[in-house]
Design a protein around this ligand. Structure first.
Ligand SMILES: [Zn+2]
Length: 90
């Protein structure tokens, strides 16, 4: 794996990523509610690698969250206020 910003191959091993606000609290990726009574699709990015050369941080989902994301992916849409509406072909 290479850094997407500077191209360095010197990324750290996978570390545990938390917000630092509360113990164990993860960074959370939340999408728009798919329907009135449906919960907002939410995924915790609990892992990350960092680039040793430019310091870029690459958060990502663990295997369980990644499967949840993949299962829900076809129904995900931009959050409100994310910019101009675009047709995703669906
Ligand atoms: Zn880098």
């Amino acid at each position: 794996m290479r850094c997407a910003l500077c191209g360095s191959g010197r990324l750290t091993p996978v570390g545990e990523l938390t917000s630092g606000v509360r113990w164990g609290e993860r960074l959370r990726l939340t999408f728009r509610r798919p329907g009135i009574l449906k919960p907002r699709p939410t995924f915790d990015a609990g892992l990350a690698r960092a680039c040793r050369d430019c310091g870029a941080l690459f958060p990502f989902l663990d295997a369980y969250e990644r499967r949840q994301l993949d299962a829900a992916a076809d129904d995900l849409t931009d959050v409100e206020g994310a910019g101009p509406h675009h047709d995703n072909g669906g």
